[in-house]
Design a protein around this ligand. Sequence first.
Ligand code: SF4
Ligand code: SF4
Length: 56
Amino acid sequence: MAYKINDDCINCGACAEGCPTEAISEGDGKYVINPETCIDCGACAEACPVGAPQAE
Ligand code: SF4
Ligand code: SF4
């Protein structure tokens, strides 16, 4: 399991700053989470102003 950022992302970068494993990077039109390094901590979901990171 890993978190995944949906299309609501507005590219603010708040999630990437708070990720403990630096699993989040700027992708094509939205930020993306590397499922290999995401540890499911949920910090990105809490930091996001639009609720884009969702647990899968
Ligand atoms: Fe990073 Fe935690 Fe979000 Fe995974 S759930 S992308 S480890 S902040
Ligand atoms: Fe996108 Fe939310 Fe991350 Fe901002 S905090 S870059 S809106 S997923």
